[in-house]
Ligand binder design. Structure first.
Ligand code: CP
Ligand code: NVA
Length: 309
């Protein structure tokens, strides 16, 4: 059994194995309907318990589809409907109960500490479905999407992030170390990645390029990523923050500074950081990106359950 909590803690070769498996499985499903089970039903009889302490559309649905397609099932809990969420039960006791009933646990939470505690007390794998510091299932799937569209290893591409230094960017930085790709970041000065992350990058002999000018950041980019300026856990003056990002809007004018065949990706939900014209335009692959979560999460589940071939 393996946990899937932060990309930085997972060996690069395992991440690559997950992507290879997802590619093979996706190909095999081209003519199969949504809930038909993959040949061999590798997770037959397994139950994934999902717990959401905050909103989710894509992660919730894609994990449901993923485990179903592997022959298993899922139960979705809202934390405010169980004893833990009401403060009436310890994480340790809840974790033991989850391990008794279920085979895997996916959690979306506002607390990294909670994910760690679950990891310590569960005897089943835990998957981080978004925490304040990381969104690993999203970003591994995004690496898959980039390679699928560009038809080359991500290590040969220039990746650019325009936006906040949030959980998705943290995972993208970890991915840039694991998959060795060039990463440029465009954000206002006071929203640059934290020292702790910079230390991680340095320790791994990697460089990232940070620009406080969006045009410089997107120069030569093969891929531009973005995400909401205001994340679910952001307790900031929203109006002020959005205003500080006003020069980092991804619109047609900005995208012209990137390579001609540059693609645009965004994990959704979206906000004012991107124009409709770009988001819905020819260079945007956001719907394919969202669908690929199903395929990659299937291989993540197999990895966690020790069934990845
Ligand atoms: N991208 C993503 O994780 O979407 P949800 O918040 O809808 O799950
Ligand atoms: N950074 C965003 C990602 C949403 C999928 C958030 O944490 O809300």
């Amino acid at each position: 059994m393996k946990h899937f909590v932060h990309l930085k803690d997972i060996p690069a070769k395992d991440l690559r194995k997950i992507i290879i498996d997802a590619k093979r499985r996706k190909k095999l499903r081209s003519k199969i309907s949504t809930l038909e089970v993959d040949k061999g039903a590798p997770l037959k009889g397994k139950m994934l318990i999902q717990m959401f302490e905050k909103a989710s559309s894509r992660t919730r649905i894609s994990f449901y589809m993923a485990i179903k397609q592997l022959g298993g099932g899922t139960l979705t809990l809202r934390s405010n409907e169980i004893h833990l969420g009401q403060g009436g039960e310890s994480i340790e006791d809840t974790a033991k109960i989850l391990s008794t009933y279920g085979d895997g646990f996916m959690i979306r939470t506002d607390s990294d500490d909670k994910v760690e505690k679950f990891k310590n007390f569960l005897s089943i794998p835990v998957i981080n479905g978004l925490s304040p510091s990381s969104h690993p299932t999203q970003v591994l799937s995004d690496v898959f999407t980039v390679e699928e569209i560009k038809n080359k290893p991500i290590s040969k591409l220039n990746i650019c992030w325009i936006g906040d230094s949030n959980n998705v960017l943290n995972s993208l930085i970890a991915a840039s170390v694991k998959f060795s790709f060039n990463l440029s970041i465009g954000c206002p000065k006071n929203y640059e990645p934290r020292q702790e992350l910079r230390k991680y990058i340095k320790k791994n002999n990697k460089r990232i390029f940070i620009f406080n000018d969006a045009k410089k950041a997107v120069k030569n980019a093969d891929v531009i990523f973005s995400d909401k300026v205001i994340s679910l856990n952001d307790k900031v003056n929203k109006k002020k923050k959005v205003n500080q990002f006003k020069n980092f809007k991804i619109d047609k004018k900005l995208i012209k500074y990137a390579k001609k065949d540059c693609i645009f990706l965004h994990c959704l939900p979206r906000g004012p950081e991107v124009s409709d014209e770009v988001f819905l335009g020819k260079q945007s692959y956001v719907w394919q990106q969202a669908l690929n979560r199903v395929h990659v999460q299937k291989s993540i589940l197999l990895y966690c359950f020790g069934k990845l071939r």
